[in-house]
Design a protein. Structure first.
Length: 288
């Protein structure tokens, strides 16, 4: 896979030259090129931004340097394959593991890292008439530019390439990956020593009873998913749940109902704040 990154902060992308990615690059699986957008400016000040039409805060990236850069980078690459332009933006579709898998199957990705309030909208519009363009958001928070999002997407994609990760099996069963535990978060993992300062690894994992281990792991995955990602539980296909799965989830829902009932009781029996003594007498402490 070939990856080009265009940015006004090429030093920000330095991690792409080291460690795991470095190994893949040495093996020829991955070919990464970082470009300084300012190389395609025409004025003495190397200007890449200007004020927004219609007014408002901040600056917008000028289209001409971007179009020159994209044209040059596209023409410098292989002429046998088509590039896909990846535009990290807070206004894009959410980037998921499915996107990572799909992008990992493509031969050539060009990442355009914006800054300020983003690129002039005519850049992706014009690029779309020539090549596939993917406007992607890595999450619902606002970064200062596309560089960190590019590092995230490049790492998620390249770890799926053969030769990037040493152990090809360890990419198959992780959280969000497709497989037996699809749609669930991973449960806790342990390694030696079995007893670490009195904290012991759950006995079932040391039992050698593989069906029991698989069941325990699924219980843990269900519990953790219900606690941290109720949206994923809601999205599960009922056909993927067995009897024990339903039992675990029913138990968690029952605990939820008990806590809710307790809170409603507290609400009924506690006077409103406006009716309460702001300086109550000290009550007996229950702290350890
Ligand atoms: C992200 C690229 C480039 C992605 C995710 N655009 C824009 C923009 C920015 C701040 C406020 C409003 C719009 C900054 N910015 C980026 C932000 C990607 C750029 C400029 C980004 N969050 N933030 N998931």
């Amino acid at each position: 896979m070939r990856i080009d990154v265009i940015t006004i902060f090429p030093e920000y992308l330095a991690p792409l030259g080291v460690s795991l990615l470095g190994k893949a690059r040495e093996r020829g699986v991955l070919d990464v090129h970082i470009h300084d957008l300012r190389a395609w400016t025409a004025d003495v000040h190397r200007t890449v931004d200007d004020t927004p039409y219609g007014g408002g805060p901040g600056m917008v990236m000028k289209p001409e340097p971007w179009w020159s850069a994209l044209t040059a980078v596209t023409e410098a690459g292989p002429d046998t394959v088509q590039p896909t332009l990846v535009l990290p933006t807070p206004s894009g579709r959410r980037f998921t593991q499915r996107d990572a898998q799909r992008l990992a199957g493509l031969p050539w990705l060009i990442f355009a890292c914006g800054r300020y309030e983003g690129l002039d909208a005519r850049v992706p519009e014009r690029a779309r008439a020539r090549i596939p363009v993917e406007e992607l958001s890595i999450g619902d928070y606002v970064l200062a530019g596309g560089e960190a999002a590019t590092l995230v997407i490049v790492e998620a994609v390249t770890r799926l390439l053969p030769g990037v990760l040493g152990n090809a099996d360890s990419v198959t069963d992780d959280s969000f990956a497709v497989g037996a535990m699809s749609g669930l978060l991973e449960g806790p993992v342990y390694t030696k020593p079995a007893d670490w300062d009195g904290l012991v690894v759950p006995a079932v994992l040391q039992s050698g009873n593989h069906p029991a281990i698989a069941r325990w792991r699924r219980d843990q995955a269900l519990r953790r998913t219900a606690a941290n990602r109720p949206d994923l539980i809601a999205g599960l296909d009922p056909a993927d749940l067995d009897g024990r799965d339903r039992e675990v989830l029913a138990e968690l829902e029952e605990r939820d109902r008990e806590v809710l009932a307790e809170m409603e009781e507290w609400d009924r029996e506690t006077p409103a704040e406006t009716d309460r003594d702001p300086n109550p007498p000290p009550s007996p402490s229950t702290s350890p």
